[in-house]
Design a protein. Structure first.
Length: 104
């Protein structure tokens, strides 16, 4: 069984016992997290698709750790103006393990 969830402005296809890196969520390691914005849930040909979400469906996950992504360089240049800006960015991320998928 799999589900399509929406979190952090992105959509993820998840299955039970899968580890997933997503945008930062509040919670320490070991905390339980519920995703109630389930867009689709099912297995094989038996898939329920929500309009926009499946009523009563949820995905339960456990926070494995809080981490940060790799560094990205943000470089802006305006030609012929002698203007340059260089910044770095590291996104805060959360690693979660899917423990249960509940279809209504």
């Amino acid at each position: 069984m799999y589900a399509v969830i929406k979190t952090g402005g992105k959509q993820y296809k998840v299955a039970k016992d899968e580890t997933l890196t997503i945008e930062k969520l509040e919670g320490a390691a070991g905390a339980k997290v519920e995703f109630d914005q389930v867009l689709a849930v099912g297995a094989g040909a038996d898939v329920k698709v929500g309009k926009p979400v499946v009523a009563g469906a949820k995905v339960v996950a456990e926070v494995v750790k809080q981490t940060r992504g790799e560094k990205l360089i943000v470089f802006k240049k305006r030609r012929r103006k002698n203007s340059r800006r260089k910044n770095g960015h590291r996104q805060d991320l959360t690693v979660v393990k899917i423990t249960d998928i509940v279809a209504a």
